[in-house]
Design a protein around this ligand. Sequence first.
Ligand code: CTP
Length: 472
Amino acid sequence: MSYNKALNNPIFKIIAQASKELNIDSYVIGGFVRDFILERDFKKDIDVVAVGSGIDLALKVSELLPNKPKVQVFKNYGTAMLRYKEIDIEFVGARKESYTQDSRNPVVENGSLEDDQNRRDFTINALAFSLNEKDYGTLVDPFNGLEDIKNKIIKTPLNPDITYSDDPLRMMRAIRFATQLKFEIESESLSAIERNKERIKIISGERIVDELNKILSTDKPSIGFLHLYQTGLLEIILPELTALNNVEEVEGHTHKNNFYHTLEVVDNICPNTEDVWLRWAALLHDIGKAPTKRFSPKQGWTFHGHEFLGGKMAKKIFERLHMPLNHKMKFVQKMVMMSSRPIVLAQDIVTDSAVRRLVFDAGEDVDDLMTLCEADITTKNPSKFKKYHNNFNIVRKKIVEVEERDHVRQFQPPISGEEIMALFGLKPSREIGMLKEAVKEAILEGDIPNEYQAAYDFVIAKAKKMGLKVTK
Ligand code: CTP
């Protein structure tokens, strides 16, 4: 069968022409082929393998293109890249390759196409389309990758112990592809991941997080996290999460299994957001529960202060995995720290002042916090489920009402500290701090609206009680 249709972008004819002029064979390989067969969106990255020099091929292709795009050459790896109409094309020479035990540095030798396919991660990623005149558009599939796509199987071309040991990141890639594509990981491969799990320790945090982010961006990340858990990888990467996987019983009291609960929360959030950081917040929202768990005969199981501790732990995780320590980390930390706030509201009667305080503390992130908290409702009791959601709907409505009236989302005091100082002829002092705080409290309590005149009158009255005199 010919796959000419896959190759209707003019770039492929040009690569074919360049290969012909250099008298070498070349193939499109990897994700582009896989995604075409799976009818996924057209990939913006194309991998081309040359049976010869990938760098020479890239230079030749550039020469044949009208705009002669710049070729980036990575001599050490024997690869080269160029960009054509927003498509990144990577050229590599076919190689035999094995990795040393202790590092990621490959020992590379030139090889045939089949050698190259052999050393790739999965049979579904080892498929190639020919770009050669004699069989242009033919699928080259020595490991039955096409069958594996049909049967939805993730499988390595070589013995999985070798493939995973060569590049341990592939263990995470297996799980990531299984989650993205809803494929099964072949059982041989799964047990090889278990056996080789310790090798993940030689992989950088950045590369691990890349895969975690891809898992978190799917519509059901729990598939990936369950695989990570069952293979033992999660215990190594995120032991804070696996520590949540238990249910203890004392005097007939149990608590819920917070690991499985967490995975449900992450899944619940997915359809509602494109933002991977809110998913991180969901993933980490209960991590403080393992170290704060206590049992007392009076209260049963408690997790006092788990939100605060969880926020601190989240920062440590970001540091350990070399994740950004910028506003994204702060956002996740804030979500974890505030994650129980709306729940308390949802269980009680929802007052305006409680909502105003919530908006004040969460600021611009209040909508994300609500999304997280709605996802956090995993009770299997239908009447509780309904009650919590109803209450959250009330909270959402009140957030809009309260915000329209009082604008506390980006709170600016309606009367400034300077003006209060001028009114009473005071320098910065405890009294001024108290007055400012009292104005803020009165607004949040709903005693006065967030307006200048109301705040002015309030300050005058309050100051009088404190024994201060207007001097202006
Ligand atoms: N590859 C590999 N081992 C890795 C990474 C990549 O064998 N650790 C090979 C696979 O053949 C893969 C190709 O290199 O198809 C390109 O890798 P990459 O661009 O990372 O992944 P894609 O398969 O293109 O898929 P995605 O873009 O979804 O990551």
